[in-house]
Design a binder for this molecule. Structure first.
Ligand code: HEM
Ligand code: HEM
Length: 668
């Protein structure tokens, strides 16, 4: 089966090469038949890559340990879901998975282009095929997942115990869906530059692809943070590790891109800001992969380190150089960006948003690269640098999120804007006062939560005014009219729901970082200890064998206000296949706070245990915010039905118009 897998990979490289040649010649000679054959070859590449993935899954499930990848990442006692997810547990498999995803995206691009019947599809298919060829060359010649050993080991090395968590099943593939997806906006952008079709509507072509990839990257990142929280045992979810930054950076520029695509001037044609943000986002995805896999900057969760990073660096440079050169040659055809006569207007607010997002990207990128020169300069960066710089930049961004929906495209109406902001301001003041009355004396917390309240009230008001302004629906009530207007304006309301999700994440981050209580304690049997309002009573300790590991468990009764509220069982797992024990923390989660307990050690004779106890306020709002972000982004992404559909960006005239407010927009 492994030979069949390798054969499928080689055939995929053959069809991809064919598609590149055929598309290039077809475009050059204006021969539609050749170009169509090139596009069909993309389907064939997807079929062959699917076969290769199926072949790898087969050898993983069959525990064919003669295949080096299977022997390195699985073992006989590895549970079925983890055996399947071993597909992306290592370098070779994750590159194959990447190439397969890219071929699926390429197929979707060709299919969607067939409906639109656009010449740009040929160019963009050509670009995607080139990227695919790069990955196929890597998978075939540098990191072949079907490489065989010249002996058959009796068992495999097993999977890194840290990876044996349900998040292994969804975090990596969802992050990859985002990373790989950004290839499509990149390909469409290069296609516009290559073809010179600068006046064609570009925004509708790239917006949905961008939203989809951005959504996957965001959700994948939140899932990664959740995994770090429950698995790494230190009670945090974000440590500014290079791999973490690797997904945050393109997500930030992706957010800037989404907002730059909202600018209306130019009837949806490509602009310099789009090019910079699309290429920058794609380049940051490749940069992230380079960082993750090169081992150049040490990371606590880089699971696939090798010399392959150099190829990614070369690829990154080619992407940037080609994009800069192409942009330069087409500079005369580029439309200007939005500008407004008034400083207080929607375009200005969006521009400030983009600048703040880019400033945050630059600050985090600098911090990520700093270890490369820290030895020479004899200065080390701590997480304080990241915390402070991102709070200083992203704080104003959150505030702006509350102001922006009240601005108008034409602007100029500062008094009207101030009037519209009174209710959110009252919301912020009431929240600040309530927090002070409740005894919160910390200026950072009072200001941060008040800003969040400002945005929440402002955003909810948008929904309320939409509700009030909607006509009665078919059932004669206003609610059904509002639901119908929600459906028609999915993109707008989806954006607001995303904003609410971001505010929830902010509340969770502020609460859990500024007000965390952390104590390392030891307990003798039956002893009690109080941490942050919770009393822990040590009930019992056990050390028992389980499948493939030994498990140490401490049982603790938890009391709050004199009443027992939970029984927590933090564990430590000793996998037979690994030297390193893994903490399985116990968490009692409420909307108010998490009680997080990790078992850090024990004495056999006395059964005394050592625990790390953390009370983390509001942390659950990060995961809830992630869910809300998902809902909002799906709402914004979902195509509106044509009949309803003025709001569908694929045909959205309001986004393409030169600042002429339409529909409800006109009322604001
Ligand atoms: C805040 C937390 C996290 C973020 C932002 C994050 C981000 C990422 C990114 C960007 C990738 C793709 C890397 C690439 O191949 O180019 C990735 C892959 C992966 N992540 Fe995470 N991650 C997080 C937490 C974790 C944790 C806690 C684990 C496991 C303990 C983990 C396991 C993996 C695995 C196994 C892969 C696929 C293999 C690889 O590419 O290294 N991640 N993650
Ligand atoms: C991290 C911060 C932010 C994130 C993740 C975010 C995300 C989003 C998303 C996904 C959309 C939907 C886009 C679409 O349908 O094409 C959206 C819409 C929007 N965002 Fe943001 N945004 C953020 C900050 C801001 C800020 C600071 C502003 C202020 C200028 C802003 C203004 C808007 C506006 C005006 C809309 C469109 C609503 C409409 O169509 O009327 N966003 N946002």
């Amino acid at each position: 089966m492994s030979d069949l897998g390798f054969l499928a990979l080689s055939l995929a490289l053959g069809t991809t090469t064919y598609s590149i040649v055929s598309l290039a010649l077809g475009i050059r000679k204006g021969d539609e038949g050749l170009a169509a054959a090139g596009k069909r070859a993309i389907y064939a590449s997807a079929v062959f890559l699917t076969l290769a993935v199926v072949a790898l899954i087969y050898v993983l499930l069959a525990r064919d340990f003669q295949v080096e990848y299977v022997a390195s990442h699985t073992s006989r006692d590895l549970a079925l879901p983890y055996t399947l997810s071993a597909l992306w547990a290592g370098q070779e498999g994750s590159l194959l998975f990447w190439a397969w995803l890219l071929s699926v995206y390429a197929t979707a691009l060709v299919l969607s282009g067939r409906r639109a019947g656009h010449i740009l599809t040929s160019y963009s298919s050509l670009v995607v095929s080139c990227v695919l060829a790069f990955f196929l060359l890597l998978v075939i010649f540098v990191n072949n997942p079907f490489q065989r050993l010249d002996f058959v080991p009796s068992d495999g090395l097993g999977m890194n115990p840290l990876l044996q968590n349900p998040a292994m099943i969804w975090h990596p593939p969802i992050v990859y869906l985002g990373y790989v997806g950004f290839t499509v906006p990149f390909a469409l952008t290069l296609a516009v530059l290559l073809s010179g079709k600068m006046e064609d509507p570009y925004v509708p072509l790239v917006r949905r692809w961008t939203l989809l990839s951005w959504l996957c990257l965001g959700v994948g990142t939140v899932l990664g943070a959740q995994w770090a929280y429950v698995e790494l045992g230190w009670g945090g979810y974000w440590g500014w590790d290079p791999v973490e930054n690797a997904s945050l950076l393109p997500w930030l520029t992706g957010t800037a891109l989404i907002h730059s695509l909202m600018m209306r001037r130019g009837r949806g044609a490509i602009k310099l800001s789009h090019i910079v943000l699309v290429v920058g986002t794609f380049a940051l995805c490749i940069f992230g992969t380079f960082v993750t896999r090169s081992g150049m900057i040490s990371s606590v969760h880089a699971f696939a380190v090798s010399r392959i990073g150099l190829y990614f660096l070369a690829f990154l440079l080619s992407v940037v150089v080609a994009s800069v050169l192409l942009t330069f040659t087409r500079r005369s055809g580029l439309r200007g960006d939005d500008e407004s006569e008034s400083l207080v207007s929607r375009p200005t607010a969006l521009w400030v948003t983009i600048v703040l997002l880019l400033a945050a990207t630059a600050a985090i990128l600098l911090g990520t690269l700093f270890p490369l020169v820290s030895d020479t300069l004899n200065v080390a960066l701590t997480t304080d640098y990241f915390n402070t710089s991102s709070a200083l930049i992203l704080g104003p961004l959150i505030l702006l999120m509350g102001i922006c929906p009240f601005t108008t495209w034409k602007g100029g109406d500062s008094r009207g804007l101030s009037r519209r902001l009174i209710a959110p301001l009252i919301g912020a003041l009431v929240t600040g006062a309530a927090l002070l009355l409740l005894g919160l004396r910390d200026a950072f917390g009072v200001v941060a939560f008040s800003v969040c309240a400002f945005v929440i009230v402002g955003t909810l008001l948008q929904f309320y005014s939409g509700f009030r302004g909607s006509r009665r629906g078919s059932e004669g009530n206003r609610l059904s009219g509002f639901v119908s207007s929600l459906r028609k304006q999915r993109s707008r309301y989806g954006g607001y729901v995303v904003h609410l999700g971001i505010v929830m994440i902010t509340i969770g981050v502020v609460g859990s970082s500024a007000y965390k209580i952390e104590e390392s304690i030891t307990l003798d049997p039956s002893a009690m200890r109080t941490v942050g309002g919770y009393t822990l009573r040590y009930e019992e300790f056990s050390y028992l064998p389980a499948v493939g590991k030994d498990v140490a468990t401490a049982t603790l009764a938890v009391y709050e206000g004199g009443e027992q509220v939970a029984v927590l069982r933090p564990e430590k797992h000793f996998h037979h296949s690994s030297q390193q024990p893994v903490s399985e923390v116990a968490i009692r989660s409420t909307l108010k706070e998490d009680l997080y307990v990790a078992l850090t050690g024990w004495e056999d004779a006395s059964q005394r245990i050592a625990l790390e106890v953390i009370v983390s306020p509001l942390v659950v709002w990060i995961w809830i915010g992630g869910g809300v972000l998902l809902v909002g982004a799906v709402l914004a992404f979902w195509p509106a039905r044509r009949a309803e559909g003025a709001e569908d960006l694929a045909v959205d005239p309001s986004r393409a118009s030169e600042g002429r407010p339409t529909g409800e927009e006109g009322q604001r």
